[in-house]
Design a protein around this ligand. Structure first.
Ligand code: F6P
Ligand code: MG
Length: 470
């Protein structure tokens, strides 16, 4: 269940793994240490402070081992079932050093190792080192949140009152209108992935506004290198027409804050349009890759919408406090009502699983998480959000750019019985399913055609679908 194609490694100067391991990860660990420092200073409990200081020392040790290219150490047993798998794999890989290891495994290991310290503590078990940055990132997304809240309200109200979109009369027109809105919603959902916090360590409020609005999306239209959204729509549309009463769509989530917000925009649309009857969201079970969703982030998002003025009106990174208007509060209140109702009615469900934070790729899904694999087969469409999920789908292997997507996803490809839709802005080397010659053409835009640098910045994207059939 592993690919034979070699994976990207941290000692490859041509891969984004190289600067990631040497520059980005130490910064991420330093920020985590600073965050715990602040929390220790804020705590009035002496025991918690002592424990917090020990966690800071452990995180500093982890950073030291990484920066000095030490051997990757076995994980301490924190009682969770994935530890044995990590440690077995370290052994099978002959105890590699940080920089000689594969990119995907060592990066997952880093976040998992950091989490062991919290799991093994008494006072810090549920502490999220990334929570502060997730919250401030979401606050800075205020302009885009308001813009989308307004569009969302219009569409949902229209669907709820007339059960169809404006101007559409015949069956064909209705299908076409639904398809157009579906594609638009998917693109909103796709580009919401551009602003994850692991790449943009110094992002300002202005950056958020620039990257997230409708204008940015229009300008990015020709940056979608593969667009299979029409195929994904057909799957949901046919299922709806078949009259099946239970039709599920799954989201394998990526980042909290604005990206989760746009995931809910798409989820809410699918439910209101009848393209799905249930939406299952798959968050991580622990803080992961800086901004990934944990269940607490979903609750946090709803709370932020409920208290919209307190949340978005407060000062954000570099921006003074500014109250929302009554209209703006009303729009966000609509979203809060709509999404909390869907959640309360059981139409919007959260289903965490430890599989998502294992060190291997999704090629292992049938072997290491057979129940989850069976569960996902029940879904009409499984949407994988973001870069890391794409790296895991394709095993983070060095595919030729034109390798068929169905081949690169291995056991989730032909015959899997799972319908996969990847919505990914490219922030790493791996890519598959491109038209012949496209990768070569894009490589020439950089200073070294040996390097796939065009794929590192989140500027380009793919929406790739495979139907899971033989
Ligand atoms: O370069 C890739 C990276 O920064 C990795 O840390 C991680 O794979 C990913 O991007 C994070 O992005 P996303 O939140 O879209 O998965
Ligand atoms: Mg992420």
């Amino acid at each position: 269940f592993d690919t034979k194609t070699p994976q990207y490694k941290n000692d490859d100067r041509r891969s984004f793994a190289w600067p990631s391991a040497r520059e980005r990860w130490p910064v991420i660990l330093t920020q985590a240490i600073d965050d715990v420092h602040r929390a220790v200073a804020d705590s009035s409990d002496a025991d918690a402070r002592t424990e917090g200081k020990a966690i800071i020392a452990d995180l500093a040790k982890l950073k030291y081992e990484l920066q000095h290219d030490r051997t990757i150490m076995p994980l301490p047993d924190d009682g969770l079932p994935d530890i044995a798998g990590y440690n077995k794999e370290i052994e099978q890989r002959n105890n590699p050093s940080w920089f000689s290891c594969t990119w995907l495994f060592s990066e997952c290991y880093m976040y998992r190792r950091a989490q062991t310290y919290f799991n093994l503590s008494k006072h810090w078990k549920s502490y999220d080192i990334f929570s502060r940055s997730k919250i401030s990132g979401f606050k800075s997304s205020r302009p885009a949140v308001i813009e989308l809240a307004s569009q969302y309200k219009d569409i949902i109200t229209e669907l709820e009152t007339s059960h169809q979109l404006k101007g559409a009369k015949t069956e064909d027109e209705i299908a076409k209108a639904e398809e157009l809105v579906f594609m638009e919603m998917c693109k909103i959902c796709l580009w919401g992935n551009k602003t994850d916090l692991s790449l943009l360590t110094n992002i300002t409020s202005d950056d958020f506004s620039r990257l997230q609005g409708a204008k940015a999306r229009e300008a990015s239209e020709d940056k979608i290198l593969v667009n299979d959204l029409a195929d994904a729509f057909q799957v949901l549309y046919k299922a709806q027409k078949s009259g099946a009463s239970e039709r599920r769509v799954d989201f394998v989530l990526d980042n909290a804050g604005f990206e989760l917000f746009v995931d809910l925009v798409l989820a809410g649309y699918l439910l209101a349009a009848g393209l799905a009857t249930t939406v299952v969201l798959h968050p991580k079970t622990m803080p992961w890759f800086v901004s990934d969703v944990v269940p607490q982030d979903f609750i946090g998002l709803l709370n932020a919408l409920r208290d919209s003025n307190n949340f978005f009106g407060a000062s954000a990174e570099g921006q003074p406090a500014k109250d929302l208007s009554a209209d703006e509060n009303g729009l966000i209140g609509f979203l809060f009502q709509n999404w909390s109702n869907l959640h309360a009615e059981g139409k919007l469900i959260l289903r965490p699983n430890h599989f998502w934070t294992e060190g291997g790729s999704f090629w292992r899904l049938p072997a290491t998480a057979p129940e989850l694999f069976e569960d996902l087969k029940e879904s009409e469409l499984v949407i994988f959000k973001g870069d890391l999920n794409y790296r895991k789908l394709t095993a983070d292997a060095m595919w030729e750019g034109s390798t068929p997507f169905a081949e690169a996803i291995g056991p989730l490809g032909p015959g899997s019985g799972i319908r996969v839709l990847a919505l990914r802005t490219c922030k790493g080397d791996v890519v598959a399913g491109l038209p012949k010659g496209k990768d070569e053409e894009l490589r020439k835009t950089g200073d070294d055609p040996e390097i796939r640098k065009w794929a590192w910045s989140g500027e380009w994207a793919v929406c790739q679908f495979f139907d899971g059939k033989q």
